[in-house]
Write a protein that binds this ligand. Sequence first.
Ligand SMILES: [Zn+2]
Length: 343
Amino acid sequence: MTRQIVSPEQLDMQSPGRRDYWVALGHTSIWGSHLIPLTVIVGPQAKAGEGLVAFGGNHGNEYEGPVAIKHLLREIRTEDVLGRIVLVPVLNVAAFRVGTRESTGDDGFNLNRLFVEGAGTTPAMAGITHRIVAFIRQAIWPHVDISIDLHSGGEVARFTHWAVWYCQDDPAADARGEQMARWFGTQVVMGSRVGSPGGTSAGLFQDAVNRGKLAIATELGHGSAVDVRGVRFARQGVLAAAIHNSHLRGTIEPIGHHADGTQCLVRGAASVTAPYPGHYEPLVDCGEQVGKGQTVGLLHDFYRLDEEPFAVTADAAGIVVAQAWGARVEQGQQIMMIGEIIG
Ligand SMILES: [Zn+2]
């Protein structure tokens, strides 16, 4: 298979068939380009403006999404594609190249904070990370109505596997989003109204929502590793969304917590912020249920060795959905997130 190197303007997202691209965005330093992998498969029933896109590698040290999508590149047969499927295994190639959350080797930005007005189209925001935003807006958003953004915790947090959809005040759209999230098979499923949990309103998830897409995001592992169940959930969620929205022919069976009825529908994740820098000791695992007022972790200050540690307590009963990953935490860092179980 030859992967063609093209500019964003040269992408053919419309013609029937499969095309494998490296999308070239000019390099800010060397004589050359950053090459973003993108595969588009268009079937006979594709409609203008409708399609599913799955992104891995929004952050450069989160690997379940890239691995799952890399497998799907070979698994999905062109003859089975009915609508439009766009696969981007590694979105922020600048961050992925150096294995960090931000584009550390280039402009240093966190892609998932840059979906702001003018990104990549004004001289002040012309670095590679801003231009990835412009590329998505110009070349991908016009052709899809479903966006799946596959994240993991990187070095920041450890997570209960979760899938989140963007809640709107439209029961039909919410039911569709919830079902799409449930099909990943993760333990936690969550509806969000304010951007991605732990993220900001300037993330990819929110940008998709702002443009009327059905947006799904996930957290599927942590520690810059490859989580066995996380990869499975990523693959399943993308395939299920493709099949159930008539982009892909086939049938699919539920897996994981979706299959065995142990999935938790969660709302209003409450966070605990570190009041000072220190070393975090979790007292419970992610995915455990905790009671209101329960001490769920301790923040140690090794410069005040003889003082009691700060007790991280649960504001409400619920399920632990995220905790700090590394022992060392910064002042102001969210070290614990508990979700209220509503179904
Ligand atoms: Zn991420």
